[in-house]
Design a protein around this ligand. Sequence first.
Ligand code: SF4
Length: 218
Amino acid sequence: MSEKSLRITEIFLSIQGESSHAGRPCSFVRLTGCPMRCVWCDSEYTFYGGEHISFEDIFTRLDEFGCKLVEVTGGEPLAQKNVFPFIWELCDRGYEVLIETGGFVSTENVDPRASVILDVKCPASSEAERNHWQNLESLRRDKDEVKFVIADLADWEFAKEVIETYQLVTRAKEILISPVHGIENLQKVAEEISRSGLPVRLNLQLHKYIWGADARGV
Ligand code: SF4
């Protein structure tokens, strides 16, 4: 039995609210702590506190949920070193694993069986300078997704530049454009995306439409 543990904010069963997996039942393991401070962060409650929970107790909770899709999220899940063996064990147990990461930590030690959903921080987040750009070169075309949370049209222009510079169309399974929830010019953003000719996906946070703006979805 493993003695390892993770600092956890919450473990729950819900609906996947984002990415190409949106709408699928999904268990979430939300890790505590994040070294970033995005201006529009909707997970500030993960920055502090949490509870150390053993791998075995986490697996027991997940088994009780009976859902084979698990997302490991945060906070920044990859900031805890024990997350890497945890992901490995999850994959060994036959779970389909999604890793939602803010893009600050290298993804190189993530088990290759897991799928990475990688944020690229745009200028309005105030954290764009901390992107770990090598992560974009490690994306796997068959399973990894890249996500740009955009707060305004300048962020959209930045996203287009990064998509071109890193040839993300050929590198990622999906390119997600995710407007900050409640953004004023959503229609304008949608029009810009539709006119761009880029094979991107407008990514709205489904859980916030179901359970409200404060919903803890992903
Ligand atoms: S990386 Fe994610 S959890 Fe961390 S501050 Fe940014 S949005 Fe919040």
